[in-house]
Design a protein around this ligand. Structure first.
Ligand code: NAP
Ligand code: 8YV
Length: 319
């Protein structure tokens, strides 16, 4: 049986494999039910009436059905800025708060976007293999593609998009963007849609939210506009790209290459993509450094702490 102190603690359902220090913080303050909804339906049914919070991450799915099973739910705290997996409308209908972790990961994701751009254009992983596999004595690695001074298109000039643009300026890149609305006062050229943008650039970097509104925003038409000398970088969500159209474009050489951190069905990456030489693939590591995960954990945990202390939330998702 629980003692008084533990039964007074708010009960939290964790729906993802969260970073261990975040789990430690949760265990220190709450009664934690770790993925019981997925692993132990009977125990979940018993705990469900008492669960007041959900701790999720950017990849989590918290649908209307799960929310409906939790009558005492007050808050969903996402360890990540993207909350496309959360049914925010269903939460709002019940007055349930949803929070996320904006800004603290801008630098990290922007660094990775630039890293992928350099890696795919300069063929850094291929060059590494050239050395490791002992091929250097037989001849140099093939020539690659210059990045500095080329044309960058950013799909989604938000918090992270701006951080990418700032870094690209140091590479003397000319910068254009598309988003739902032009950004007044932005020094960068606005184009009305991804296809128009793709036709004007060498590198197209995608950094919009996921979800229904951006599903397959980058389709065969956009890839055709990017053309055989163009590179795609996706650090947004796999759902934003038509992955089959991308594989076809990469196989046929109708685009030059791609740097991808996110995929349609993570952690499963199609064999056809893994077999290609003109791609650099990373396993959704945009925010994955000790420093940034710490900051995300502090914010995500801080939102739960603030809620249960009756203080204003630190970073609710926008209305
Ligand atoms: P943000 O500040 O909200 O910026 C999103 C941008 O996307 C805005 O410029 C927005 O345009 C634009 N946008 C939204 N819907 C669009 C549409 N249908 N067509 C064109 N543009 C659209 O978000 P953020 O903080 O930069 O984060 C962006 C996303 O990055 C997250 O939602 C997440 O999915 C992803 N992310 C990935 C990783 C990773 O590990 N790879 C890490 C963090 C984040 P308006 O301003 O005109 O609305
Ligand atoms: C994380 C992300 O990988 O912030 C986001 O939207 O996708 C990433 O920062 C994720 O939330 C942690 O699992």
């Amino acid at each position: 049986m629980k003692n008084d102190a533990s039964s007074a603690r708010p009960e939290v359902l964790v729906v993802a494999k969260l970073w261990p220090p975040m789990m430690e913080a949760l265990h220190g303050a709450f009664t934690v039910h770790d993925r019981l909804d997925q692993t132990d339906p009977a125990a979940f049914a018993l705990a469900a009436p008492r669960i007041r919070a959900i701790a999720a991450n950017g990849e989590s799915k918290v649908g209307r059905d799960l929310i409906a099973k939790l009558p005492a739910l007050e808050i969903i705290s996402v360890f990540g800025v993207g909350y496309d997996g959360i049914d925010v409308a269903a939460a709002r209908e019940r007055g349930i708060h949803v929070t996320h972790t904006p800004n603290v990961l801008n630098d990290e994701v922007a660094d990775l976007a630039i890293g992928l751009m350099l890696a795919v254009a300069r063929r850094i992983p291929q060059a590494d293999r050239h050395v490791r596999e002992g091929r250097w004595p037989s001849g140099p690695a093939p020539l690659a593609r210059k990045v500095s001074g080329s044309r960058l298109g950013i799909v989604g000039l938000g918090r992270i998009g701006h951080a990418i643009a700032k870094r690209a300026e140091a590479f003397d890149m000319s910068i254009a963007y598309t988003s739902r609305t032009p950004k007044p006062g932005s020094p960068y050229r606005y184009l009305p849609d991804p296809a128009a943008l793709a036709a004007e650039v060498d590198f197209l970097v995608v950094i919009t939210p996921g979800g229904a509104a951006t599903r397959k925003l980058i389709d065969a038409k956009v890839l055709a506009a990017l053309g055989p000398d163009g590179y795609l970088v996706n650090v947004a969500r796999g759902s934003v790209i038509d992955e089959q159209a991308l594989i076809a474009a990469l196989e046929k050489g109708t685009i030059a290459g791609a740097g991808l951190d996110v995929f349609e069905d993570e952690p499963n990456v199609p064999e056809a993509l893994r077999a290609l030489d003109n791609v650099v693939l990373t396993p959704h590591i945009g925010s994955a450094t000790w420093q940034t995960r710490r900051a995300m954990g502090d914010l995500s945990f801080g939102n739960l702490e603030a809620h249960f202390a009756g203080r204003p939330l630190l970073s609710p998702v926008p209305q």
